[in-house]
Ligand binder design. Structure first.
Ligand code: MG
Length: 191
């Protein structure tokens, strides 16, 4: 099997019909795609609502935080900001700023989208993992995907949310908190 840039460098002559990725195409892809990742953790406590991906999930505990503590959306915001080379959400929305107390994280996500677009990028797709031992999240995932897709102006198919437990291991496994990881792909805006 040929390495991607072994031969068909001259696309003007050979074109892409050969089925191989030529060096020129690879270099061009590298110049317009941006990728970022985000990670967040919040502690589970009694007396708080559990908000994940903008959806309220019925549970005896909720996540503790200055805003609504939507750990899933926070990881997503950091992935988007990272892909755009912008400061993280701790710097964008400081937790000692009273204007962000109890904030709806979907509204903050909308603000992150505005910042990303100001840099000339728009999301292509995002993929998120939410680690929670309890409650079972599968039934709420479609609503989370729809809410996030609405804010990001993406089709639901471009917004993936995957729940997992940690098999009882670690702080997630004992129910002390939840963690989320996200990756986001940015593309340059066409206009
Ligand atoms: Mg957070």
């Amino acid at each position: 099997m040929l390495a991607p840039w072994d031969s068909c460098f001259d696309c003007a002559t050979i074109g892409l019909s050969c089925g191989r990725l030529c060096k020129a195409v690879l270099l061009n892809l590298g110049s317009w795609m941006r990728i970022g990742m985000g990670y967040d953790v919040h502690r589970l406590v009694e007396g708080r609502r559990l908000i994940l991906g903008g959806v309220e999930v019925p549970f005896e505990k909720g996540l503790l935080g200055h805003s609504d503590a939507d750990v899933l959306t926070h990881a997503l915001m950091d992935a988007l900001l990272g892909a755009a080379g912008l400061p993280d959400i701790g710097q964008q929305f400081p937790d000692n700023d009273p204007t962000h107390a109890g904030a709806d994280s979907l509204k903050l996500l909308g603000e992150v989208l505005r910042l990303v677009k100001k840099e000339g990028y728009t999301p292509g797709n995002v993929d998120i993992v939410i680690a929670a031992q309890e409650p079972k999240l599968a039934a709420y995932i479609p609503a989370m995907r729809e809410k996030l897709a609405n804010v990001l102006d993406l089709p639901v198919s471009a917004v993936s949310v995957k729940p997992t437990t940690t098999e009882g291991l670690g702080f997630v496994g004992i129910g002390a908190g939840m963690a989320a990881w996200a990756v986001a792909l940015l593309e340059p805006m066409s206009d």
